[in-house]
Write a protein that binds this ligand. Structure first.
Ligand code: ATP
Length: 371
């Protein structure tokens, strides 16, 4: 069983860079935890501190009940898989996988058994006699995973393990790593800058920015209830649209007014805004592409949230169509994900319906979620 606890962890590099700021997290046994965020946000540094490859400047790291700040990497019962695989070029696949066990003086029979079992799981039994240079990228990645599996570690750490693979193989390996996690019944901590990878693989996701944790949540909660504008726009592809609007009271109703458009806020959401000092002020409206509609049935059923749009580009993808539109007040081009059979054409001036139940509002200054 391996749970982990990171308590008030900081990493300060010489030269004044604080790469990780007050990182607090409890990771449960058997979780598939993903650390995600843009380049430089501190994900690799966090993983390397867990592995023991980077000293912790301040704070406490526990694996199980044991404080491991000063425990050497080899004694942490952790295996790490790197982006560049780090295989020994002069050794066969078998020897690459067996290397760590040999160092630990594991008996020969046991080594053979574990390597063969791992090779079977990863479907690389037929490659055991080859050298890394005679393998494809995907096969090398499997060997790197195999080398970690044979050690039967308490925790698997993975740093962008799929980023050197082509798009198709990446999708395939994504599923395989998920399956591996189910099979091994172990804790996985996985670093990526790719939000799709994070969303599809993680049971829980930590979103980081500038060394700070922004939000820790399940994939659906992150998507549906982002805590701020950064998380809202980082998670989801194409990203959430942002429109600057004035929150306006009319009678007992609240409206979002931008350009000539007027979107009534549904009662349930409006209640949460009552008595706040946002009324009369500018806010950012966030709406995901799939919540903007161009079909007549939506325009009829959502008469209180009709918005005029100039269609800049229509992209037909077969299963769906993307409309890229200019809407007054929007921060940039607004994307709608509509029906594949949409009749909308480039250059059209159309009316679209915003699903007002699905809108988010953000504070313009703090960028925190209002509702
Ligand atoms: P990427 O996705 O690009 O790998 P990351 O989120 O993993 O980014 P880190 O590699 O953890 O980010 O780096 C976090 C910050 O710490 C960055 O600003 C980086 O420049 C800085 N940093 C990393 N290693 C060192 C070092 N050895 N010395 C000084 N600063 C460092």
């Amino acid at each position: 069983m391996a749970s982990l606890k990171l308590k008030n962890i900081y990493k300060r590099y010489a030269g004044g860079v604080t790469a990780v700021n007050d990182f607090n997290l409890d990771i449960e046994h058997n979780e598939f935890l993903v650390l995600v965020g843009p380049s430089g946000c501190g994900k690799t540094t966090t993983l390397r501190m867990i592995a023991g490859l980077e000293e912790i400047s301040e704070g406490e790291l526990y694996i199980g009940d044991k404080l491991v700040n000063d425990v050497a990497p080899k004694d942490r019962d952790i295996a790490m898989v790197f982006q560049n695989y780090a295989l020994y070029p002069h050794m066969t696949v078998f020897d690459n996988m067996a290397f760590g066990l040999k160092l630990r003086k594991t008996p020969k029979d046991e080594i053979k058994k574990r390597v063969n079992e791992a090779a079977k799981i990863l479907d690389i039994e037929h490659l055991l006699d080859r050298k890394p240079k005679a393998l494809s990228g995907g096969q090398r990645q499997r060997v790197a995973l195999g080398r970690a599996i044979v050690r039967e570690p308490k925790v698997f750490l993975m740093d962008e393990p799929l980023s050197n693979l082509d798009a198709k193989l990446r999708v395939q390996m994504r599923t395989e790593i998920g399956r591996l996690h189910n099979r091994l019944n172990t804790t996985f901590i996985y670093v990526t800058h790719d939000q799709t990878e994070a969303m599809t693989m993680g049971t829980r996701i930590v979103v980081m920015k500038d060394g700070y944790i922004q939000q820790v949540d399940s994939p659906t909660s992150l998507y549906d209830r982002p805590c701020n504008q950064f998380v809202a726009t980082f998670i989801g592809s194409p990203q959430m649209n942002l429109i600057s609007a004035v929150l306006t009271q009319r009678g007992s109703d609240l409206h979002l007014v931008f350009g000539k458009s007027d979107v009534k806020i549904p009662e349930g959401k409006a209640k949460k805004l009552e008595g706040t000092d946002y009324i009369g002020k500018e806010v950012f409206v966030g709406i995901r592409p799939e919540n903007i509609h161009d079909e007549a049935m939506y325009l009829e059923s959502m008469p209180d949230s009709i918005v005029e749009a100039h269609v800049d580009l229509v992209e037909m993808l077969g299963a769906e169509t993307f409309l890229y539109m200019i809407i007054e007040g929007a921060v940039s081009t607004v994307t709608a994900r509509v029906n594949a059979r949409s009749k909308t054409k480039t250059g059209d001036v159309i009316k679209v319906a915003f699903d007002a139940n699905k809108i988010h509002l953000f504070d313009k200054e703090t960028e925190r979620t209002i509702i």
